[in-house]
Design a protein around this ligand. Structure first.
Ligand SMILES: NC(=O)c1ccc[n+]([C@@H]2O[C@H](COP(=O)([O-])OP(=O)(O)OC[C@H]3O[C@@H](n4cnc5c(N)ncnc54)[C@H](O)[C@@H]3O)[C@@H](O)[C@H]2O)c1
Ligand SMILES: [Zn+2]
Length: 364
């Protein structure tokens, strides 16, 4: 928002005169950085030939709460209407993945789609949620039940925004890095294992590199994978997510998305190792890496096996058609599995729960 920084202004179309722009910010971000709304206003005032801010900057509820009902969607849609935002105007949203999802859904729906610029402000949003094409909210007790695919006009990852994150949200995006490295990039996986403790110690340079690499791997998958709108049954980027989404819901979102993904990844790796699909050593290395990053790999919700396994059914329903779970047979070698042996999966759940208990008693 430094008026001399042209990154954002240069993204606005020159030919259309000053564009109308509505700015919507995540409340958690604004609480950590109270100067931000005024900085937006100063930036707009400094660039009158390029942008016209349409009214005050709006602040909406942050965190998963923003996706739990229609209130943020409605607040955003109403502001788009009241402030005369048309299909040639812009909505700029800054925040965590949840706020980006909810505001993005409103922007993609109003007038059947107004232009959206995202400024992701968590590690998870910069590395994953903010660079994709999915927008939506939770409904009927299910994650992301309502939503649309809609690519943003632009995404700006500003590393400095990450410095105000509390530790758990600083860490949260790293499980998506481990996920995408396991799927696609053995060298990156080694790198993550090497820098895990630096990352835990909040080394900003290491985080910037990891976020950038993770964002590129996600984007490359969406652009080059041939299935940006997820028409195929396989959803490799959802590795570890069938249980993660269910755990988020079972814990009333006490577990953050990235924290649940860390557990979900170890569960599917443990299942793969028990089924003889994957060498046990990869499970051990991944666990070590995630623990060194500061993740906890167990949760009492794992005791309720049957509710958790319901996540498999919900995942199949969300995908449509045949159940397809992506596992890995080695780092960088994803495989699709269509049948899950539930008795083995129950043993895998017990095993990761027990390993978590052992780990916390060792740490204690
Ligand atoms: N659309 C997609 O493709 C996609 C992909 C992955 C995840 N997601 C979704 O993203 C959500 C998780 O996003 P998240 O991990 O960013 O969590 P989040 O959006 O819940 O944000 C975490 C917390 O950090 C606060 N916050 C945001 N920026 C801050 C900053 N710079 N300083 C201080 N506090 C800040 C927020 O207010 C919130 O309380 C989940 O709903 C998940 O389903 C979407
Ligand atoms: Zn995810």
């Amino acid at each position: 928002m430094d008026p001399s920084n042209k990154v954002l202004t240069e993204l606005l179309p020159r030919s259309e005169g000053p564009v109308r722009l509505l700015a919507i910010l995540d409340r958690g971000l604004v609480e950590a950085r109270p100067e931000l709304p005024a900085q937006f206003e100063l930036w707009a005032e400094a660039n009158p030939s390029r942008v016209r801010l349409m009214g005050d900057v709006i602040t909406v509820a942050g965190g998963e709460q923003s996706k739990q009902d229609f209130s943020v969607f409605q607040q955003s849609a109403r502001a788009i209407n009241d402030r005369g935002i048309c299909r040639k105007s812009f909505v700029l949203v800054a925040g965590g993945g949840a706020v980006l999802d909810a505001v993005g859904y409103a922007a993609a729906s109003a007038h059947r789609g107004v232009r959206l610029i995202r400024l992701p402000s968590t590690t998870l949003a910069q590395a994953d949620a903010g660079v994709g094409v999915k927008n939506g909210i939770n409904a009927f007790g299910k994650k992301n039940f309502l939503g649309v695919f809609s690519p943003p006009w632009a995404v700006i990852n500003d590393t400095n925004l990450l410095t105000s994150l509390p530790d758990r949200h600083w860490r949260s995006g790293l499980s998506e890095s481990v996920k995408v490295a396991l799927l696609k990039d053995p060298e990156f996986f080694d790198h993550l294992c090497d820098v895990s403790t630096l990352l835990r110690g909040r080394d900003l340079d290491s985080m910037e590199q990891v976020v950038q690499k993770t964002a590129m791997l996600h984007m490359d998958h969406i652009i080059d994978g041939g299935d940006a709108f997820e028409l195929e049954v396989a959803r490799p980027l959802d590795f570890g997510h069938w249980s993660a989404h269910k755990l988020e819901q079972m814990t009333g979102f006490e577990l953050a998305h990235g924290e649940a993904v860390a557990i979900g990844l170890t569960l599917d790796l443990a299942y793969g190792a028990m089924m003889g699909i994957l060498p046990e050593s990869i499970l051990r290395r991944t666990r070590r890496c995630l623990l060194d990053m500061g993740f906890s790999l167990s949760h009492e919700a794992l005791q309720d096996h049957e509710s958790l396994l319901e996540g498999l059914r919900e995942f199949r329903e969300h995908l449509g058609g045949r159940l397809t779970i992506t596992l890995v047979s080695d780092v960088g070698s994803p495989i699709d599995v269509h049948d899950i042996d539930l008795s083995v999966m129950r043993r895998a759940i017990e095993a990761i729960q027990q390993a978590g208990i052992n780990e916390s008693s060792r740490a204690g």
